[in-house]
Design a protein around this ligand. Structure first.
Ligand code: PMV
Length: 346
């Protein structure tokens, strides 16, 4: 078969913070979740990935940009293997023979990778978007969400869209449940003050967490709670009700970690400073500041607040022992490919 001509594209894709989380798969191979999840797409935490396709060469190569302006480095075997597997799945989806041509991938993050800051979500969404464009294809957000999920990272599905995003679970839904937008970023200017308490790679990847989630005695209980929580989060987003949203997402995050801590084997993501930040957030609320915490599979805490209260939140969190850095992020738009926002429904 004739391969597509040589092509090159750069994509920037945002991280997202889950309000209702994906934790436990009905089919881990295909990253099909047990339950729907809802997230807010971020603006400053992004992955930028350039893909070069050469139909005359072979052997995909992966490079990691640690800092802008410096030469990229070898990312290590585990990372390169996941990228190569995603490239192979994208070849299959686009009807190319296995190993056909060569992809040259250079990728980097604006934030610490693999520390519960959803680097896999932004990274694989950026890889899917740049690879498709290097092959001359321009998927819309829904198709891109499906391409991103071929990486095995479920949360990458939600990073294909901006604003507030829901990823349905299969069931009454189509076999390949694509993420959809609940509301655009302009609908509600929420802020996310990220307290970075750990910058190293996390000990247990989320894939391992999905695998053992159902061994927790709290797994079924959380599933039973989720329809109520999902409805509360959808309603709070529609009505821009921060109190309702905050109370729901904080309860959800704590319960996700209870499930992780009580699975077999048990998984602990929190560091001592995580508890310090959670206490500071409760103290902020006692002082009348609207601030609510949530954590993905890591020790860092995302504190969701309004634009008006963001400075007070940042001031207080800087004083918490063990907080190394703060990232002041906010709701943002979806991926950008070669300078163009990924278009409306494709
Ligand atoms: O997308 P994965 O396989 O890295 O899993 C994501 C898990 C959480 O971040 C904890 C929850 C979520 O929905 O993002």
């Amino acid at each position: 078969m004739t391969l597509p001509p040589a092509g090159r594209a750069t994509a920037e894709a945002p991280a997202n913070i889950a309000f209702v989380k994906y934790w436990g798969a009905s089919d881990l191979e295909r990253a099909l979740p047990v339950n729907p999840s809802i997230s807010m797409t971020l603006s400053r935490c992004v992955s930028r990935t350039t893909v070069d396709f050469d139909p005359t060469a072979g052997g995909d190569q992966v490079r990691l940009r640690v800092r802008d302006g410096e030469p990229p480095v070898d990312p290590g075997e585990a990372f390169a293997r996941r990228v190569r597997a995603h490239l192979e799945a994208l070849r299959r989806r686009f009807g190319l023979p296995a190993g056909a041509g060569r992809f040259l991938v250079e990728t980097g993050n604006s934030f610490p990778a693999a520390a519960g800051l959803a680097s896999s979500a932004s990274g694989f969404a950026a890889l899917a978007a740049a690879t498709a464009a290097a092959l001359g294809r321009h998927p819309g957000p829904r198709e891109l969400s499906s391409l991103a999920r071929l990486s095995g990272s479920g949360s990458a599905t939600r990073s294909a869209l901006g604003g507030y995003v829901e990823w349905p679970a299969p069931g009454g839904e189509p076999e390949d449940p694509c993420a959809g937008q609940l509301a655009a970023a302009t609908h509600w200017d929420l802020r996310d003050v990220i307290a970075v308490v750990e910058t190293g790679a996390k000990e247990v990847p989320s894939l391992a967490g999905h695998r053992v989630a159902a061994t927790s005695p709290h797994f079924e209980r959380r599933q039973a709670e989720l329809p109520r929580r999902l409805a509360a989060v959808r309603g709070a987003i529609a009505e821009r009700d921060l109190g309702r949203l905050g109370a729901t997402i904080e309860e959800e995050a704590i319960e996700l970690h209870v499930v992780a801590m009580t699975s077999r084997p048990a998984i602990f993501y929190w560091a001592p400073a995580t508890l310090g930040v959670l206490a500071a957030v409760r103290a902020l609320r006692r002082d009348g500041v609207e601030a609510w915490s949530t954590m993905d599979a890591g020790a860092n805490v995302h504190v969701i607040t309004s634009a008006a209260h963001e400075p007070a939140v940042a001031r207080r969190l800087r004083e918490v022992e063990g907080v190394r850095d703060l990232i002041l992020d906010q709701v943002g738009d979806g991926p950008v490919v070669d300078g163009e926002l990924v278009g409306s429904e494709g």
